[in-house]
Design a protein around this ligand. Structure first.
Ligand code: BES
Ligand code: MN
Ligand code: ZN
Length: 499
């Protein structure tokens, strides 16, 4: 998709379709009111006929509107004017893009982007506009023998910004949106691939490919032999039950000053989680191909960072394995020794995410990180707590937590903090090892994070549990690409490029 910024007079914009917004009770948004004036009240006349009153979800395509240069006008309902915010804007814009992509129009101009939003700056609005458009256009048909793309797909979108200035930040925001959308697409593609294609080796290969695209990005992959030499007994115990060799993917991007401490992102890369000997029930088990979404999201965030050539140092680590039942697999009661030296009693082999992440967290120490954020589809309990709307956030540093929450709010990719109080640590007591890998019935998301915290005490660390947000189930089944947006916003901010 090609994106352009347009400003000036709306009625003289030459375009196949002009997208305009209407609030409830047929109140025209300012850009729509300007067009109404230029067309001698044609828009209000049409609205008076009652075909549309501005409710969210409504739309109306108009032809032959005279007095303007646009061939068509697409009216989109924006809901209550008082409640209109970034989310409402993006919903409206997203539905417009979807309709246009399915119509014969291949080029359009968005005038919804000229409706100012309180407390959101224009660059943020534009960045999100691009991400939302790409979200609507996303298709995954790599595994279909015959793809069925739209007959006349959209090729060019103009974002109209009215009288507002095309400042450096405004112009840059469009390419930032494209880079982030690109990272989201990569994360979705990796995640949507089935477990028999997207194996740990495949993930490692994709990471290496990314490394070829930039001289600032170095990608290395640690093999099981090297992990053994490092003492990663916990990670390797998970992969022992699988015929696919585990990989530890390490991507090092140096865009910052040579001595500047890097941000380290760690993503759970479990390419299929059957639960191991503590086998999962059959229903919806296919969705456990998505257990590498954390890994995919940090690779996606790295791709965005590289594309934007951010002036920061960034390390991405993806421990990758399968979790399957097999004669060599972990058995309940087994005790393993992690790279940190701490021993773990594996009371449930399905709590494998923390077993691969703990060794990656220890490995991260060598980078002397400014901060470490791990991202993982870690607990079903997080879906019970927060559903599909927010990712769970836990941290040993309140400032880092606040930074990530703010990034999530701004990027409409929200997280919600849960406590990491010592009180919960007790649940991990083991009679036979330093700790158990499960914490019993209550507070499953917190006890999982408590487990990880024991490997993250050397640096500022936060954990994002994306079990509920990483993919959708049901007939809309598919990866969401979350939290690439949150992470990208966090990195842009660290790079000093956004507020
Ligand atoms: N990958 C799962 C978590 C998960 C389950 C994410 C369902 C999304 C949907 C993780 O490895 C797991 O199995 N966790 C267990 C932990 C339990 C055994 C303490 C869980 O949540 O049931
Ligand atoms: Mn599991
Ligand atoms: Zn898992």
């Amino acid at each position: 998709m090609e994106y352009h910024l347009k400003s000036g007079d709306l009625s003289s914009q030459r375009t196949a379709c002009l997208v305009l917004g209407v609030f409830t009770k047929r109140r025209l948004s300012d850009p729509a009111a300007a067009v109404d004036l230029a067309t001698d009240g044609q828009l209000s006349d049409i609205l008076k006929k009652g075909d549309m009153d501005g409710e969210t979800g409504q739309s109306l395509m108009l032809y032959h509107v005279s007095g303007i240069q646009a061939e068509r006008v697409l009216l989109i309902g924006l809901g209550e004017e008082k409640a209109f915010n970034l989310k409402g804007y993006l919903t409206a814009w997203g539905s417009a893009v979807k309709q246009l992509n399915e119509s014969s129009v291949i080029e359009a101009t968005n005038a919804l982007s000229a409706i100012p939003l309180t407390s959101i700056e224009l660059p943020q609005q534009l960045r999100e506009s691009v991400i939302t458009a790409e979200e609507q256009l996303y298709r995954f048909d790599q595994c279909k023998s015959k793809a069925t793309p739209p007959k006349r797909p959209l090729k060019k979108l103009s974002l109209f910004i009215g009288e507002q200035k095309k400042t450096v930040a405004v112009v840059r925001s469009v390419s930032e949106g494209e880079a982030i959308a690109n990272g989201i697409k990569l994360a979705k593609d990796l995640a949507n691939l089935p477990g028999n294609i997207c194996t740990p080796s495949y993930l490692a290969e994709q990471a290496k490919q990314l490394g070829k695209a930039s001289s600032q990005l170095k990608v290395s992959v640690l093999e099981e032999k090297q992990m053994k030499a490092l003492g990663m007994g916990s990670l390797l115990s998970v992969s022992r039950g699988s015929r696919e060799p585990a990989k530890l993917i390490v991507m090092e991007y140096s865009g910052g000053k040579p001595k500047a401490k890097p941000v380290v992102l760690i993503g759970k890369g479990l390419t299929f989680d059957a639960g191991g000997i503590s086998l999962k029930p059959a229903a919806a088990m296919d969705e456990m191909k998505y257990d590498m979404c954390g890994g995919a999201s940090v690779i996606g965030a790295m791709a965005a960072c590289v594309k934007l050539a951010l002036p920061i140092n960034l390390v991405v680590i993806v421990p990758s394995s399968e979790n399957l039942p097999d004669g060599a697999a972990n058995k309940p009661g087994d005790i393993v020794t992690s790279m940190s030296g701490q021993t773990i009693e594996i009371l449930n082999t399905d709590a494998e995410g923390r077993l691969i992440l703990c060794d990656a967290l220890t490995y991260a120490e060598r980078f002397k990180p400014a901060a470490v954020v791990d991202v993982a589809t870690l607990t079903g309990a997080c879906i019970i707590a927060l559903g599909a709307h927010a990712s769970g956030l836990l941290s040993n540093d309140d400032k880092l937590a606040a930074e990530l929450l703010e990034a999530g709010n701004r990027a409409t990719d929200r997280a919600w903090q849960l406590p990491l109080w010592d009180d919960y640590q007790e649940q991990l007591k083991s009679n036979f090892a330093d700790m158990a890998n499960i914490g019993g019935k209550g507070a499953g998301t917190i006890t999982a994070a408590c487990f990880l915290s024991r490997y993250a005490d050397k640096y500022k660390w936060a954990h994002l549990d994306i079990a509920g947000t990483a993919w959708r189930s049901g007939d809309q089944k598919g990866a969401t690409g979350r939290p690439v947006s949150l992470l990208s916003q966090f990195l842009l901010k660290r790079a000093g490029l956004v507020k």
